[in-house]
Design a protein around this ligand. Structure first.
Ligand code: ZN
Length: 372
């Protein structure tokens, strides 16, 4: 039986270049109307019992080539458990071997969070008591932008994820956060929902998710560069969420992402916005320090360079939301590699740990909600 490579499914992305004996050369497809690519997710049939070397030959020209050294490919034979396998990166080619006794095997950049799973999350969350569901708008391909409002406290908290659809850990985080926010018996949840109203958008970019994009929507637009001037033509996903924020105001916001290169969880703030004050900034730094003290899966040493005064990019949501609303706003980045300070050699950074970090962030938010 010949080997068959397939990515024609929800979230799939790969292109077959050539099969030469036991070597399979592949390419990651670019996001539609964009140069970005890095996300891959594909299935292999017909390779049972054979040791095959898979080579992603265009890895070196991907969006973040620094993401490949030290990275390990995720593999699954049941699409439930995703384990890391040894992966080599040299001369612009990402390479790994696999020999298994299963009929089928899947490989992905990170444990996928498909639109099918998203729809299941939306359905299950909408059934929980005390949850209000709103469809804020539609994506360019006509998919729903779903938002859940939970709680009735005066502080307005916005949590939103997956502007960059290839960062699937962001929606695993959301699954954990929604699980906690709908656990009515939990004292942390009770505190939060009495003091705040949560608005949760678990997936800002359903089109990119389904299409297997790394970073953009159906028009090749990076949604996290649209927040100063979102438009119905280019970025309706951002426009509808920002309009809903304008109606409620925002006291605290977290935008959830994944980072290709840095092997750690970290936050990025809003330094450099025109209306920066040390007082507002300190509320963000306080949250970050408390989170690091609260869980071994967070730290404050590694992260992005801070913008210098007045240099913040207001097209990015965290800066725009901090500037527009005076909010304590932040971008959470989780790794495609691992959180090296608390590493897991089998699974690396994983769905379970992403969900758990969602819980931890809410626990720390409950500590500081009175000061926000
Ligand atoms: Zn991102």
């Amino acid at each position: 039986m010949s080997i068959q490579i397939n990515a024609a499914f929800d979230g799939g992305n790969i292109r077959l270049v050539a099969i030469t004996g036991d070597r399979i050369d592949l390419e990651i497809a670019q996001d539609h109307q964009s140069d970005f690519f890095q996300w891959f997710y594909f299935r292999v049939a017909g390779a049972k019992g054979r040791k095959i070397t898979y080579r992603i030959v265009n890895a070196g020209s991907s969006a973040y080539p620094f993401g490949w050294p030290g990275y390990k490919t995720r593999v699954s034979t049941d699409r439930i458990d995703w384990r890391m396998i040894e992966t080599r990166y040299a001369d612009g080619v990402l390479e790994f071997d696999w020999e298994g006794d299963s009929e089928l095997v899947w490989f992905a950049y990170f444990a996928p969070y498909t639109m099918e799973r998203h729809d299941a999350l939306v359905a299950a969350t909408a059934l929980q008591p005390g949850v209000i569901h709103r469809q804020l708008g539609l994506s360019l391909d006509g998919r729903a932008i779903d938002c859940f409002s939970i709680g009735d406290g005066p502080k307005q908290v916005w949590l939103y994820a997956r502007q960059h659809p290839g960062e699937s850990m962001a929606e695993w985080w959301m699954e954990g956060a929604l699980e906690r926010l709908t656990d009515s018996g939990d004292p942390v949840t009770a505190t939060l929902l009495a003091k705040a109203t949560f608005h949760v958008v678990p997936n800002m970019n359903p089109d990119g998710t389904f299409r297997g994009h790394l970073r953009t929507n159906a028009a090749g637009v990076n949604l996290n560069r649209e927040w100063h001037t979102p438009t119905a033509e280019q970025s309706p996903e951002v426009l509808c969420v920002r309009n809903a924020m304008d109606e409620t105001g925002v006291a605290f916001a977290m935008d959830v992402h994944g980072d290709e290169a840095i092997p750690a969880n970290f936050l990025a703030g809003f330094e450099g916005i025109p209306s920066w004050t040390d007082e507002l900034g300190e509320k963000y730094y306080d949250f970050a320090r408390r989170l690091a003290a609260h869980t071994p899966d967070f730290q404050v040493e590694k992260g992005y360079e801070k913008s210098s005064p007045g240099k913040a990019n207001l097209s990015m949501s965290t800066n725009q939301v901090a500037e527009r609303f005076g909010a304590v706003a932040m971008t959470l980045e989780m790794p495609f590699k691992d959180h090296d300070a608390n590493a897991d050699p089998e699974f690396g950074w994983s769905p379970e740990r992403s969900k758990q970090l969602g819980h931890s962030c809410l626990e720390v938010l409950a500590e500081v909600i009175d000061t926000i």
